[in-house]
Ligand binder design. Structure first.
Ligand code: ATP
Length: 275
């Protein structure tokens, strides 16, 4: 690892409050795609039992980071531990303890929602009757029972998200990673997903999710990490990351150095009915 720039990190006091369990620990994580540095040697500790939001502008490196944390993308260097186990030394053990809803989720399109969950539950090593019990409950709670025999290929975006979430929860993981879980989801389904996740974290489990929607992160998360240009700009309890700013949105804009890129006169042809 060469040319490692110094990390511009503002750790919140939660970083020192490590008496609490740590769900995810990241040290010196790097990923380059050719010349493009996607993740620039980040360090991060995410506390267990919390609702953690990973926010950042487009191209900040959120998906790349989550993919490396969940064992989907091999880092160039660095160490990731989830629930105390090294992800890249023992990926099978870690994958048994986590649930993942990745970006661009691929599902088996020619199975029905019910068949898909049954298949994945069995693949996770759960007994058939337990898979049945959990599948029934998840389909019911996520309002998918009516569509359970429809093929996944015919599901709407929101139904696919909810099915992906059910698949990620089926084996009752300790830590759940969700890449943009609310994207393309209607408000009613979002409320349902929210309820499921709140119940899940209340039992001591951890949710880590990425989002662009600051209001959502502000209302759901008690812990936030802000990422920009491959680095962690701030992380800690929501109140501390927000600081004196009036909202997480304003704090975010300040942290990522994006006080807007006003169009000004540059789009002088736009509007006014001319061609
Ligand atoms: N497979 C890849 N090949 C080349 N470059 C990539 C690849 N994956 C990501 N990148 C680049 O790495 C950077 C970080 O991308 P990443 O998808 O992690 O950002 P993100 O924060 O998830 O963005 P968004 O919010 O738009 O989803 C971007 O510049 C992107 O173009």
């Amino acid at each position: 690892m060469t040319g490692q720039p110094e990390q511009d990190t503002t750790p919140g006091p939660a970083a020192t409050d490590t008496a609490a369990r740590t769900a995810v620990s990241v040290r010196g994580l790097w990923k380059r795609f050719g010349e493009q540095v996607a993740v620039s040697g980040i360090d991060l500790d995410l506390p267990a039992g919390r609702f953690v939001g990973l926010v950042g502008p487009n191209g900040a490196g959120k998906t790349t980071t989550l993919s490396m944390i969940t064992g989907l993308l091999r880092p160039d260097s660095g160490v990731v531990e989830v629930a105390g186990t090294d992800v890249w030394r023992d990926p099978v053990a870690v994958k048994a303890r986590i649930g993942v809803l990745p970006e661009g989720l691929r599902l088996f399109e020619r199975l029905s929602g019910r068949e898909l969950l049954t298949y994945l539950g069995r693949l996770r090593g759960l007994p058939a009757d337990e898979v049945d019990r959990r599948t029934n409950q998840l389909l019911d709670v996520l309002d998918l029972s009516g569509a359970q025999h429809k093929l996944v290929v015919d599901y709407s975006t929101g139904m696919r998200k909810k099915t992906g979430l059910a698949a990620a929860l089926l084996h009752n993981p300790e830590v759940l990673f969700l890449d943009e879980p609310f994207e393309g989801v209607d408000p009613v389904s979002a409320q349902i997903i929210r309820g499921v996740l709140e119940r899940y974290t209340a039992s001591g489990a951890t949710v880590v999710f990425s989002s662009h929607v600051m209001e959502l992160v502000e209302s759901l998360c008690d812990w936030v990490a802000v990422m920009a240009a491959g680095r962690i700009r701030a992380h800690g309890p929501l109140d501390e990351v927000r600081g004196d700013a009036e909202s997480l949105q304003s704090a975010f804009l300040g942290l990522v150095g994006a006080q807007g890129n006003p169009a000004g006169d540059r789009l002088d042809w736009l509007g006014g009915g001319g061609r």
